[in-house]
Design a protein around this ligand. Structure first.
Ligand SMILES: Nc1ncnc2c1ncn2[C@@H]1O[C@H](COP(=O)(O)OP(=O)(O)O)[C@@H](O)[C@H]1O
Ligand SMILES: [Mg+2]
Length: 212
């Protein structure tokens, strides 16, 4: 691909590298899963191929659930590459407030209503564009399908933990806004109650584990 010549590395991750590229004249993102030298080469290429296809599918499925995700332009399973829309905006970890937190809650509930577990629901995986007031969720590398409320609770638990650890001054406000947004979509029924009570159960287990 000729575009590769002009690519610029913006993040070197454990699993994948992220490049800004030009895609038929448009600014785009290329996410490439890296080979793991300690894995058997054939197995490694198979794993990267499957994870690439899986991530692209989950991005699309989430868009169908009414949640803003980057558009996918191109998927190359052989080279473990996804080319997607470059989302303009700021990382939400630097500008989280109650309004954005409520929107994250709505996004999480929409994903969960389709049994999509994001798997890495942190403020770093959201981009907010101030100009058009649009929130986009990225990074479906750890996402999976599950209808178990325990798995949905793990998503909620993670974002709560991020609020507690990174925004200690206002974690209660941020978490209650998140819950307001979540309930906006998922309602106050049995399923929501079970998910949220499981969040508390996971927290208790964590506390006991630390005490022993
Ligand atoms: N579609 C995108 N548009 C703009 N920036 C992106 C996009 N995808 C990823 N990024 C940037 O690259 C970073 C890492 O991407 P991510 O998919 O979260 O990979 P990782 O698995 O390494 O966390 C993001 O935090 C964001 O800054
Ligand atoms: Mg990420």
């Amino acid at each position: 691909m000729p575009q590769r010549c002009q690519r610029k590395l913006i993040k070197r991750g454990a699993e994948a590298d992220i490049f800004v590229i030009s895609w038929f004249g448009e600014k785009a993102i290329s996410k490439i899963r890296k080979p793991k030298p300690y894995r058997n080469a054939l197995l490694d290429s198979d794993i990267r191929k499957k994870r690439t296809i899986h991530e692209a599918n989950m991005l699309s499925a989430t868009k169908l659930a009414g949640v803003t995700t980057p558009f996918i332009y191109f998927v190359d399973p052989k080279d473990a590459e996804i080319v997607m829309e470059w989302v303009e905006g700021d990382n939400v970890k630097d500008l989280i407030d109650s309004e954005l937190s409520a929107e994250i809650g709505r996004y999480a509930a929409r994903m969960h209503s389709r049994n999509i577990i994001h798997g890495d629901l942190t403020t770093s995986n959201f981009i907010f564009n101030k100009k058009d007031h649009k929130l986009t969720v990225i990074d479906f590398g750890l996402s999976y399908y599950s209808e178990r409320f325990e798995d949905k609770a793990v998503d909620v638990r993670l974002i709560k933990e991020i609020f507690v650890s990174a925004y200690a001054n206002d974690y209660e406000g941020l978490y209650s806004s998140f819950l307001l947004g979540y309930r906006d979509i998922s309602g106050d029924g049995h399923m929501t109650a079970r998910i949220l009570s499981t969040v508390q159960a996971i927290e208790k287990r964590g506390r006991y584990a630390r005490m022993t």
